[in-house]
Write a protein that binds this ligand. Structure first.
Ligand code: C5P
Length: 218
């Protein structure tokens, strides 16, 4: 039997990260935040002043990235960068470099390495479609752009990062368009994914739904 995978895809700020982490805790499974990998490449590129159109160099960077996810945080070359990768600037840059096929290819085996017993919960844009096409359960998590902007606002505020809802809404809409319209691994609702609209659901309600679906399929 292959190691089970719960793949949660969806647009930015849909609550994927929160839900995937909670599900992983509940089941005692491993967790992969695939967006963090794109953000880490973006951060490294910013630090190195890399030419952001140089796909080959960015892909090499992605392959060689010295990253450790442990103890609830993430380290890039030994330095904690959990907050540094969460900025809007880093997210926007991540979505730009995520459109480059060589960068996506470079991150593929790194993502597969997270599939370890007893199981994996992962979130991103193409977890069910490209990275783990044989996932046990595939979910497309979504919410209205307005609700996503509000959630992101609260999340940033808690971290002491200043932002405004109209700016965040605009960023979210731009990022959605870029993630949906790119030619490789675009964000899309696949026919084999179950759609979960969280616009008017609480975290607990979403968590219960995911666990119920998983119990159904495994
Ligand atoms: O999910 P998060 O907002 O952290 O992801 C940052 C960016 O990385 C996304 O806007 C998207 O362009 C890209 N990404 C991706 N494929 C994934 C996860 C993230 O293209 N599986």
């Amino acid at each position: 039997h292959p190691v089970p995978v719960i793949a949660i895809d969806g647009p930015s700020a849909s609550g994927k990260g929160t839900i995937a982490q909670r599900v992983a805790n509940e089941l005692n499974y491993h967790y992969l935040d695939s967006g963090a990998l794109y953000r880490l490449v973006a951060l490294k590129a910013m630090q190195c002043h890399t030419d952001l159109t140089d796909q080959t160099t960015l892909a090499t960077m992605a392959t060689q990235l010295d990253v450790v996810f442990a103890a609830g945080t993430v380290r890039l070359e030994g330095t904690i960068v959990a907050d540094a990768i969460r900025t809007e600037q880093c997210g926007i840059l991540a979505s730009k470099i995520a459109a480059y096929p060589p960068v996506r290819d470079a991150l593929l085996s790194r993502q597969h390495a997270f599939r370890l017993p007893p199981g994996l919960v992962t979130d991103g844009r193409d977890m069910g479609s490209v990275v783990f096409p044989d996932a046990t359960l595939k979910i497309f998590l979504t919410a209205s752009a307005e609700v996503r902007a509000e959630r992101r606002y609260k999340q940033l505020k808690e971290k002491g990062i200043s932002a405004t809802i109209p700016d965040l809404l605009q960023d979210i809409q731009k990022r959605d368009a870029r993630d949906r319209n790119r030619s490789v691994a675009p964000l899309q609702q696949n026919s084999d994914a179950r759609i979960l609209d969280t616009t008017s659901l609480s975290v607990i309600q979403v968590l219960n739904k995911v666990i119920a679906w998983y119990t159904e399929v495994c």
